[in-house]
Design a protein around this ligand. Structure first.
Ligand SMILES: [Zn+2]
Length: 142
């Protein structure tokens, strides 16, 4: 009886001593060691939502361009070559703020005589496109 309790006490003592040093924990009980280290690797990690759509940034915000009425070459990109019409937001893909600024600056340039009202300057017709008016960003009925 006394012998059994003595053995039990000795066993508890050795377990306590061995579990304090990290190196010997594995020898004492591998399950405890594994659970301790597995729990760290199994923690939930931050992951981006794969189903979330990437927010589209408009070309002027992306390139950090501020529309100016003197920059006729840039503004003529937002004007139809044939009718002089200012393309809408659904075609240009600009954000509301930039679209409003572009329209204001185009009007300013037209009133200053820098841009045509009905046609685009021929010199600007072969400029690289910021967007394709034939394939607009959002579909529309006309
Ligand atoms: Zn923008």
């Amino acid at each position: 009886m006394a012998y059994a309790s003595l053995i039990r006490n000795f066993h508890n003592f050795t377990c306590r001593v061995l579990s304090t040093s990290n190196r010997l924990v594995h020898n004492v009980s591998p399950n405890v060691w594994e659970e301790k280290h597995r729990s760290e690797s199994d923690k939930p990690t931050f992951m981006r939502n794969p189903y979330k759509y990437k927010k589209q940034e408009c070309i002027l915000c992306k390139l950090n361009i501020k529309p100016d009425y003197k920059n006729v070459r840039l503004l003529s990109q937002f004007q139809s070559r044939f009718t002089g019409r200012i393309y809408g937001r659904h075609i240009t893909g600009l954000c509301k703020n930039q679209q409003r600024k572009v329209e204001q600056e185009i009007l300013k340039a037209q009133n200053a005589g820098l841009m045509g009202y009905y046609t685009k300057d021929v010199a600007f017709c072969k400029d690289p496109k910021l967007f394709d008016p034939n394939h607009p960003f959002r579909p529309h009925k006309y």
